[in-house]
Design a protein around this ligand. Structure first.
Ligand SMILES: [Zn+2]
Length: 120
């Protein structure tokens, strides 16, 4: 069953909360490293801001677990806002991912079956 507007709204809130948490961690991480990374760009949606980021910032994000999670969360937020009808469906087979799975992993873009295949 496709998500209701209310469910979609709840997932969006979970994503925003997860995003805020990841941004805080990344900012702290960057400070600890003393790398002089401009973390301001992390707090904007990367889907929109990726072009404005320096190569160094992008590399930093890709290198860290939190950075990868943040990119996943950003992609999910982008889908939920700009491709409403596609959000919540598996990018591989198009089946509904299901609210319970999204509640557990809001950034999921694969159904459980496809996820298993991908993980081998
Ligand atoms: Zn699937």
């Amino acid at each position: 069953m496709a998500l209701t507007d209310r469910q979609r709204e709840e997932i969006a809130q979970l994503l925003e909360r997860e995003r805020a948490r990841l941004v805080r961690r990344l900012q702290r991480f960057a400070e600890d490293m003393g790398e002089g990374i401009e973390t301001g760009s992390f707090s904007q949606h990367m889907a929109e801001q990726a072009a404005a980021m320096t190569e160094r910032e992008t590399a930093f994000l890709k290198a860290s677990e939190e950075g990868r999670r943040l990119m996943e969360v950003d992609r999910a937020l982008d889908r939920i806002m700009h491709q409403r009808e596609r959000f919540g469906t598996c990018r591989q087979c198009g089946t509904d991912i299901g609210y319970e799975r999204l509640e557990a992993i809001p950034s999921a873009d694969l159904c459980i079956a496809c996820k298993r295949v991908e993980e081998g």
